[in-house]
Every structure is written in C-alpha cells, then in structure tokens.
Write a protein that binds this ligand. Structure first.
Ligand code: AMP
Ligand code: MN
Ligand code: MN
Ligand code: MN
Length: 295
C-alpha cells in the first residue's frame, strides 16, 4: 500500500449481486478515485471475487480485500455480517453460501407463483433473463431482479412501485428466504480465514444504544471481531457511538460506502471517508493473516 492513498472502502457491491458495475468496472473506479483499498462484499456470494482479483492486477496502488456480506437471522431488523479477508475457496463459507443460494432457489419461483395468482403474468425464466442481462447469474436472484421483471412487463412503473405494491416485507407477493443464525454465519466466516464484522449496525433497528451493545456482545461471544462504524447510511451521532462502542469492546473498526452504482444513486464510492489506518496489509488479497484496527 502506498502512503499517498489515505482512504479505503470496505463495503461495495457488483453485478455479482445487486450492484450495477461489474467487478472490473468497480476496480477501475476505485483506482480512479484514489482509494488505497477496496473490499468487494456482494450479498451472499463470493461470485465476483475472481474477476475482481484479475482486475486488481492492473492497479498496483489499490489493495483488494476479498469479502462477502451475509444476511443472518435477526427478527425485527436486518443483520448483515461482512466477512472480510475470507478465502472464498474454503469449505465453511462455501457451504454457508450454498445454503443461502438454495434458499433463494426455493423462494423465487414461489414469489413468481404468488404474482401469477394476483393476476400478473410473469415467468421465472424472464426473471432469470433479467438477472443475466444485469451481469448476474441464475444462482443469485434477488427481489430487485423480480422487481425489474415486473417493470419490464409493464406491471409497474419502476422498481420501487414493485416493492411498494407486491414485494416489500408483508406485501402480497412477499416470501422470506432461508437465513442462517448469526452464530453459524460468524463461525463459517472465521473458519474460512475471514474477519466477521457487523455491517451498518443501525439497520438492526435496536431499541436504544444499550440494546445494541447487548446484541454486539452476544455476537462477540460467537466470534465477531469488527464493527462497521463508518457507513453511508449512518449519521454522525451513530458513527461516534459505534466508534466509542468498538473502542470499549476492543473491536476492529471498519467502514465503507455500501456502493451499489445505479441502484442507489445517492451513495458514492469512497464516501464516507474511511481512514486507511483502519486496516493493515494483512487483510489484502491472498493473505490469510489476521488484521486489526490498530495502526
Ligand atoms: P432479497 O435478498 O432477494 O430478499 O432482496 C433484498 C433486496 O431488496 C435489498 O437488498 C433491497 O435492495 C431490496 N428491497 C427490500 N425491501 C425493499 C423495499 N421496501 N423497497 C425497495 N427495495 C427493497
Ligand atoms: Mn443491496
Ligand atoms: Mn447490508
Ligand atoms: Mn451492502
């Protein structure tokens, strides 16, 4: 890592999940804006990492951190665990992600059936074609792809209307998918050489700061090692609170934009600024060494 690049982004999405840039395009943008490191953290998949690794070879001043963002079960809120520095070929993380992929494979045709029962014409093959046209695969089909398929059919004006009318939690075509328990998620990440980090703690929707601390302590019992204190969706008060919590509990601090490209146009790569001292070279591509927030 060179010294004149001072900022990192450890939370980004590509076309391997619901981002709009391919891993190659994302790496080019990260280099262009002068990041010193980027983690590619697609939802429930490591499918974009091979391409990101190939692209990274063109950018000697940009460190690539292998990652994934795994959805875990947390009633009442959203719990996403980042696995940073994972070896994507390791069996525990591969098994974890396969379980989640199977949950999507079972759920998605059932959502299509619900939409059909509501009188909306749509086939599952159309949804797969939408996902593939966006650079994804039939393996990771999200509700965003279902929403786009409804738009393409003319059933709704835009993606948001598809969620508001049909696909949002509690909507008439909503179906949840298999989620794994936080403990199993964290253990699989750690057993695959990764650091388990709680992403965007505000999305847990905890009742208050004390409740959040209780949840974080529980996750630490399972092996959680980091807290995403910097995130585009967190305000200054939250950021300060997370930094303080991480310090008190001796957790690593990480941060990232949660960049998705066109799907979330207000979120910019590299924002908020995350100081490079929050990681060491040890988490970089092909390294299995542990890392810490301590500069
Ligand atoms: P899935 O993991 O397939 O259930 O899809 C989750 C994705 O759907 C999230 O990452 C969001 O991008 C999107 N999503 C979920 N709920 C909403 C909503 N109410 N409005 C817009 N997008 C949503
Ligand atoms: Mn997303
Ligand atoms: Mn997330
Ligand atoms: Mn994310």
């Amino acid at each position: 890592m060179t010294t004149d690049r001072r900022f990192i982004d450890l939370h980004t999405h590509t076309t391997a999940s619901d981002g709009s840039l391919t891993p190659t395009e994302l790496m080019a943008l990260a280099d262009k804006i002068g990041l010193s490191a980027i983690a590619v953290t697609d939802h429930d998949t490591t499918g974009g990492l091979a391409e990101a690794r190939t692209a990274a070879a063109n950018y000697p001043e940009l460190t690539l951190v292998m990652g994934t963002e795994v959805s875990a079960n947390f009633p009442g809120g959203t719990m996403h665990i980042l696995g940073l520095g994972v070896d994507e070929t390791a069996a525990p993380v591969a098994a974890l992600l396969e379980t989640l992929a199977e949950g999507r494979r079972q759920r998605n045709p059932r959502i299509v059936a619900k939409l059909n029962a509501l009188g909306l014409e749509l086939t599952f093959d159309e949804v797969v074609a939408i996902a593939e046209a966006a650079g994804g695969t039939a393996e990771i089909i999200s509700r965003n792809h279902l929403a786009e398929a409804l738009v393409a059919r003319g059933h709704v004006k835009n993606r948001q209307e598809a969620f508001d009318k049909y696909l949002a939690s509690g909507g008439p075509a909503y179906m949840d998918r298999t989620r794994l328990e936080p403990k199993d998620t964290i253990e699989a990440i750690r057993d695959s050489g990764g650091v388990a980090v709680l992403a965007h703690p505000n999305q847990l929707k905890c009742n208050n700061d004390a409740h959040l601390e209780q949840v974080v302590r529980m996750l630490m019992d399972y092996g959680l090692e980091g807290l995403e204190a910097y995130h585009s969706g967190c305000d200054d008060r939250q950021m300060r609170m997370y930094l303080d919590l991480a310090k008190r509990l001796d957790l690593c601090v990480t941060g990232g934009s949660d960049f998705h490209g066109q799907g979330k146009p207000d979120v910019e790569l590299g924002r908020p600024r995350v100081p490079a001292v929050t990681i060491t070279d040890a988490i970089a591509v092909n390294s299995a060494a542990p890392w810490s927030a301590t500069p």
